[in-house]
Design a protein around this ligand. Sequence first.
Ligand SMILES: Cc1cc2nc3c(=O)[nH]c(=O)nc-3n(C[C@H](O)[C@H](O)[C@H](O)COP(=O)(O)O)c2cc1C
Length: 373
Amino acid sequence: MQRDCAFKKENSGWPAHSALTHLPPLVPPPHWDNTVTRPYWLLLSLTNIYSPAFCTLMRLAGLHITNPFVQAPMAGITDAPFRTIARQFHSGLIFTEMISAEALCRNNARTMLFAAIEEEHHPVAFQLVGNDPGRVAQAAAIAEGLGADMIDINAACPEKNIVRSGGGGALLKTPDKLASMVREVSRAVDVPVSIKIRLGFSKDDSLELACILEDAGASFISMHGRTVSQRFSGASDWDALARVVKEVKIPVLANGGGLDEERAVELLRYTGAEGVMLGRGTRGRPDLPATAFSLLESGQFDRMGPDTLMKTITRHAELEEQYFGELASMKRMRKHAIWYLKAAGYKFTHREFYKIEKLGELDGLLAGIIFGD
Ligand SMILES: Cc1cc2nc3c(=O)[nH]c(=O)nc-3n(C[C@H](O)[C@H](O)[C@H](O)COP(=O)(O)O)c2cc1C
């Protein structure tokens, strides 16, 4: 896979996206206790002067992206209720979890629940996983119809069932097919198309892959600094990410290892990427993109206090219930509640959470741990 990136750089430019023509108004989202972002918005609206980070992120597919820290797609986590909660804290880009292109095309009822886009979710990147370029393009058109601000193709997932079917990370073994998927999806929709990849399948092919995808017309690339074979073992290779950032002209979101505010800011600075995608660090921390941005801008950040924590978990649980029904939602919420409390530093027995079947039981348990009631 030899590729001349330098030649490519001279001959590529910013694709014109329809999203550029319908930029949303500059209105602050409803923050609960994010003390830093609010004055930032105020400054923006009063002076119309944008910070370098804001200007840089304006480049991201022509959308108003006001925060370089992006919520990563995470299966079983970044469902519609989580995205509603995340939006209370920040106005940055939020990815759906990976949605099966095949299931979307078949109008699978459960998939439609995960795929739901609410008014407050925007800007939302809709991630599709599949192995057939034509079918993924068909699904992309459906996702656009559902309100997706952009389409993201998953070429990173290392899960056995996905890889075996030829989708996710397996696509990195067939770069030509991957490129044709980007082209077909781009033809099928008017919104920007991005792609999430890893360094390679079993070795570092990141530069070659990035050049091919840039050439194919991807608006930007999100890159996880591990190979598919590595899954989550070893360290995310930030040097490899930095090389790709330097080499390609399209924006890159660096991913892998931004587990807290300090490491998220460090990943942004070290790689020089347009933005950083935050995954595991956002479990129980939907506010992480906001607090990381706060650290970047002001050198400090505020974490949720007990009241906000209680309100956030309860609201998250209510939303899950609206989507998935009482018992199923509580089963989904158990892990979230544990993550929220662990991230906030509470000591408690996990066992109790696995018995929860009703919202009232969750509230009682939470109140006991958070307020000692
Ligand atoms: C539980 C879980 C589910 C994930 N689901 C997806 C997914 O649906 N699509 C995807 O592209 N990546 C998925 N990922 C990978 C993350 O988006 C991210 O690339 C990875 O966690 C590395 O970033 P981090 O070090 O910030 O966690 C998932 C990761 C985890 C832990």
